[in-house]
Design a binder for this molecule. Structure first.
Ligand SMILES: [Zn+2]
Length: 64
């Protein structure tokens, strides 16, 4: 029996996540505007963490 697995490659990505446990917001470190960004949702403090996310792949757009 074959198991369908998503073809996305999950990689550990350094992120900043909100300190508020009720707030699910996080920012990829590579996309963060500053070395210690504020939460994009509640503007609260963030802590450094690691999250397994799909690898950032630039999608090729087919021309019309
Ligand atoms: Zn937040």
């Amino acid at each position: 029996m074959l198991t369908q697995e998503p073809k996305q490659n999950l990689v550990p990505v350094p992120i900043w996540r909100c300190r508020n446990s009720e707030c699910k917001a996080f920012v990829r470190e590579e996309l963060a505007a500053s070395p210690s960004p504020a939460c994009p949702l509640c503007n609260g403090p963030t802590i450094r963490s690691v999250k397994h996310l799909p690898e950032l792949v630039k999608k090729y757009k087919k021309p019309k």
